[in-house]
Write a protein that binds this ligand. Structure first.
Ligand code: PNS
Length: 170
């Protein structure tokens, strides 16, 4: 039987605990998980794709059967390259559903062998997004319990000077 390989794609700008919760839930279900970091030229990212890959690798280091790769172009082509048939996406709320369904059906149109699996993160992360992480950090809000330590450190390095003082303290 061929190994069950899943791709968990996203912008991950930056990765947060909601993403990590989904990865954790995937681990018993697949033989290999490939975290696919989108190199999206048109979206202005805070962290470069190389930094986003580096951050995630730092977090998942030593966790067997997880790979982190960047990709550009079509997700289905990336999946073909890494030998995956399953896309994993997190669903936080009903508001995510429409966009996710469009993507799932488009990916199926592009490659009928591709299946999308939706997973619900732990409720405490249901309001969490990378956009809010950046906004809250920039305004000096408390992100403890919401992002891994390395992300907080990188945010301080990147935005520290412009973020409100209480965000950079400690
Ligand atoms: O975390 P995000 O930004 O919601 O992730 C979106 C992502 C990376 C899954 C999506 O933009 C994507 O798959 N982009 C690759 C381009 C592609 O394949 N587009 C057509 C299928 S919808």
């Amino acid at each position: 039987m061929s190994p069950r390989v899943a791709v968990y794609p996203g912008s991950f700008d930056p990765i947060h605990n909601g993403h990590l919760d989904i990865i954790e839930r995937c681990r018993p279900l697949f033989d290999e998980i490939v975290i696919g970091v989108l190199a999206n030229e048109e979206k202005r990212a805070l962290f470069s794709v190389e930094e986003r890959v580096e951050i995630i690798r730092e977090i998942v280091v030593g966790q067997g059967a997880i790979r982190v790769e960047s990709f550009s172009g079509l997700l289905v082509d990336f999946m073909e390259r890494v030998g995956a048939r399953v896309v994993v996406r997190g669903l936080r709320a009903v508001s995510d559903f429409e966009y996710e369904m469009q993507m799932a059906l488009m990916n199926r149109h592009l490659n009928p062998r591709v299946e999308t699996v939706f997973m619900m993160p732990k409720e405490v992360y249901s309001y969490l997004s990378s956009r809010l992480v950046k906004e809250v950090f920039g305004l000096g809000g408390d992100l403890s319990g919401l992002v891994p330590a390395t992300v907080l450190l990188r945010l301080r390095r990147r935005l520290g000077a412009s973020a409100r003082p209480e965000a950079t303290a400690g």
